[in-house]
Design a protein around this ligand. Structure first.
Ligand SMILES: C[S@@+](CC[C@H](N)C(=O)[O-])C[C@H]1O[C@@H](n2cnc3c(N)ncnc32)[C@H](O)[C@@H]1O
Length: 253
């Protein structure tokens, strides 16, 4: 079954100028008061959640497992006049691909659930190995603790109308497996004049993880000032009420 990451144009369809503004404001708020100059996003994708950091004046680098997603990111960077170093690599092996450190290493877009729990622990260690003392580790994730409690099976996003007038309908069906993993079946249905004329089906396999696992690894690595907020961060919420969270933590000097 096809992966959405092999079709970056379709992946990008749902992102909008409005989303850029929201993410820009989110990063301004979450990194306010943090001494950050250079950032590596190790799940850069096509850059939807990261390019706004260029707008904010950070020196941004990116890596991702998917060459296809990075190729689209490169195109977008060129179009928007951003200078971003992009590297194709698995975030479980970051230290083999970078021989420098950063004041912030991040993983955006719920990417960490693409690996199993030992892979997640390894990734956090690898991210840490590239964070400068006094720097920050940042990640965002779906709130898997809530997902595993509710075990919802269907996710519908509001349809949107593309610039060419085509209405794009988007549905996910989630299968929960006995090993704790989830297969997400994704359907994009393209509609014109009340008729669906094209369908695209994708599948992603994810391994939910508890925030306790992330926090225990960060504690073991000595991280301090752990802040957990909704993404986007407009106002504080109880963790149980957050659908998607971000976590920022500071590495001691
Ligand atoms: C949902 S996308 C998020 C992309 C981007 N950050 C965004 O928010 O639009 C998840 C990304 O994680 C990447 N990914 C999955 N497994 C990975 C791994 N082991 N190492 C590095 N990147 C990985 C995928 O290629 C994909 O680009």
């Amino acid at each position: 079954m096809a992966s959405l990451y092999d079709f970056p144009d379709i992946y990008d369809e749902r992102f909008s100028e409005r989303a850029n503004t929201v993410y820009r404001e989110h990063y301004q708020k979450i990194f306010s008061g943090c001494e950050i100059t250079d950032i590596l996003d190790c799940s850069f994708g096509t850059g939807d959640l990261t390019f706004e950091l260029c707008e904010l004046g950070y020196q941004v680098s990116g890596s991702d497992l998917s060459r296809t997603m990075l190729a689209k990111a490169e195109q977008k960077a060129e179009q928007q006049g951003f200078s971003v170093d992009l590297t194709c690599c698995d975030f479980r092996e970051l230290s083999q691909h970078f021989c420098r450190d950063f004041s912030c290493v991040m993983s955006t877009g719920n990417a960490l659930a693409h690996v199993d729990h030992p892979g997640l622990v390894k990734t956090l260690h690898e991210m840490d190995s590239l964070v400068r003392p006094g720097g920050y580790l940042y990640l965002d994730s779906r709130n898997w603790d809530v997902v595993m409690k509710k075990r919802d099976r269907f996710l519908f996003a509001s349809p949107f109308i593309r610039a060419d007038g085509v209405r794009v309908n988007y549905v996910q069906l989630w299968d929960y497996h006995s090993d704790g993993s989830i297969t997400i079946h994704i359907l994009n249905a393209y509609e014109s004049e009340g008729r669906v004329f094209r369908q695209e089906v994708f599948e992603e396999h994810l391994m939910p993880f508890s925030i306790d696992l992330v926090q225990s690894v960060l504690k073991e690595l000595g991280y301090q000032d752990v802040v957990i907020k909704p993404l986007p961060y407009f106002q504080d919420q109880d963790f149980e009420d957050i659908g998607w969270y971000c976590l920022r933590a500071r590495k001691p000097l």
